[in-house]
Design a protein around this ligand. Sequence first.
Ligand code: FES
Length: 310
Amino acid sequence: MLTLQILKRELQGDVVLLTLADATGAELPAFTAGAHIDLHLTDDLVRPYSLCGDPADRYCYQLGILKDSQSKGGSLAAHALQEGESVKVSLPRNLFALDEGAAHSLLIGGGIGITPMLAMAAELHAAGRVFSLHYCARSRPQAAFVAELEKAPWADRVWLHFSDEQRIDLPAVLSDVPANTHVYVCGPTRLMEAVSEQANAAGYAAENVHQECFSAEVEVSGKAFDVVAATSGITVRVLENQTIVEALAQAGLKVCVSCKQGICGSCLTDVIEGEPDHRDSYLTDEEKADGDQILLCCSRAKSARLIIDL
Ligand code: FES
């Protein structure tokens, strides 16, 4: 965990740009494009945000955060942060990394989903790799980062699509590309679904289509199962609408939790036996496939019994 100081700038479209730096000016842990950090807004309010700054800049992390009226508190709390204040953040973690072998990277950001694409474009440009970036927004006045895109050294690789002028022509954008193009999309669900469908129709391999979605809506219910906390010698039944954390708490075993949404990793626990049913967005696909760790706040078991190291 890092404690960083805030610089704050309001952008158009109800977006705030937070620049987080060490108070002593020290270098920060490196990150690669597509990475996010978890912002600890209060003790039990933790939200992941994509890093939108240049990964080559080792002295700050930048986050673009939309003020969302539907928010459950995260974006409003982030907008309420004050310049000069300190905030705790996790180390960067990348679940949306660029594929090194892509002949062409097609970046599509919708609304605030432009943020990871900014870091991706900077990294691809620095590496001399071929890419194009499409930014979709409702209108120019509601689109943050337009000025940054227009003055970027890679501005000639950027296409802007405003719904009140002309919407993106996805079939054309997805088909007018070289072989082994990888497409990256982040934004509203309907944009991500449309890109995924069109990419499928255009013959993209599934592994060439990458999506970033941070969902605060985790489905935590499912079939009941037993959990054995091996070290504590406690066995509990986890009911259909209960989480493992809740079932263990009823038996007097408290698990340290923070986000309760499978985002922050606070409740990560080793699995000794049994098959986890992962519901989190913290573990990578490879880590999930290993099956030897589980997030107790939201994940469940596919097997009738799960033995955990607790
Ligand atoms: S409490 Fe954050 S992942 Fe479980």
